[in-house]
Design a protein around this ligand. Structure first.
Ligand code: ZN
Length: 291
């Protein structure tokens, strides 16, 4: 069993110019505690500032890319904030948690989306709720045929993952359907609707992602940076940033309502429902995930 001081992240250089960051918490299906998120941020920062790196790949150990927030871990900052100037993390009721989510969830996602180099998510297995925060801020997504994407946390009395880009990523009607039902989108549908770039057999996932990264890395870094920034600003012009802010405020209204009604950030009645519906390959003794 690892302690909080141990690493949940591994970094690799599989080819010249390619920096691969791997979520290395397979025994918890890469559930995200705050330490993992800030170790990931440090790894991405290193890749961003290393001039030898042209393209960043974000991969994950084990059968599932990420099962969401680790609900067994305290929502506490493991370090000084890096994405915002938030500071009221220890304030009571909703105030402290709102500051935490501004920094550690929405703030980090926005920071990663603006990393000035191409990023590719290499995704297998399940991506649930907070897991989407590690996929959608990346530029490209290569998925294995067994990849699924779900955000079932309306059952918890809130709207969805804190980086609420759902309507932009999968379209308004499909977004509403998966949020209302908790159902997952499969890899092939995700490709068809533009959320995923490539779908490959699981045994080709790492190779196919690396081949794509190598092709991109043949181009000049500055051209890639300008192309990325131009597409991001196009999405922003379509209202993405305002939509993220509004949905994030509603998300935290959900948390505040839960705190007032149940004394907890999530509606406890939703926990069994969500776990029953996302239990594929799940160990009965597991106690983490699904935020
Ligand atoms: Zn939240």
């Amino acid at each position: 069993m690892r302690t909080e001081s141990e690493s949940y992240i591994r970094s690799e250089r599989p080819a010249p110019g390619i920096h691969r960051i791997v979520l290395a918490r397979a025994e918890k299906r890469n559930a995200q505690n705050p330490t993992l998120l800030y170790q990931l941020d440090a790894a991405l920062t290193f890749a961003a500032t290393d001039q030898e790196v042209k393209v960043v790949v974000l991969a994950a150990d084990g059968p599932d890319f990420s099962s969401g927030h680790d609900l067994s871990a305290p929502f506490a900052m493991p370090c000084a904030p890096v994405a915002t100037l938030e500071g009221a993390f220890d304030a009571p009721a909703a105030e402290g948690h709102f500051a935490f989510e501004c920094e550690a969830f929405l703030g980090l996602c926005r920071r990663w989306r603006e990393l000035p180099k191409p990023t590719i998510a290499q995704v297998q297995g399940r991506v649930i709720a907070g897991g989407l925060m590690l996929v959608w801020p990346m530029d490209l997504v290569v998925a294995a045929t067994d990849a699924t994407f779900a955000d079932p946390v309306a059952a918890f009395g809130t709207n969805g993952a804190e980086y609420f880009a759902h309507a932009y990523e999968i379209g308004a009607r499909r977004a509403k359907e998966i949020l209302f039902t908790g159902d997952a989108i499969g890899a092939e549908e995700a490709r068809a609707i533009g959320m995923v770039n490539q779908v490959v057999e699981p045994d080709r996932l790492e190779r196919a992602t690396l081949e794509l990264a190598i092709r991109i890395a043949e181009r000049p870094a500055f051209g890639l940076r300008l192309a990325k920034a131009s597409v991001n600003r196009s999405q922003d012009a379509q209202g993405l940033q305002q939509a993220l802010d509004t949905a994030f405020a509603l998300h935290n209204l959900g948390h505040a309502n839960n705190l007032a009604r149940f004394g907890a950030l999530i509606d406890p009645s939703g926990v069994d429902l969500v776990r029953a519906r996302t239990s594929r390959r799940r160990s009965p003794s597991s106690t983490d995930d699904l935020g």
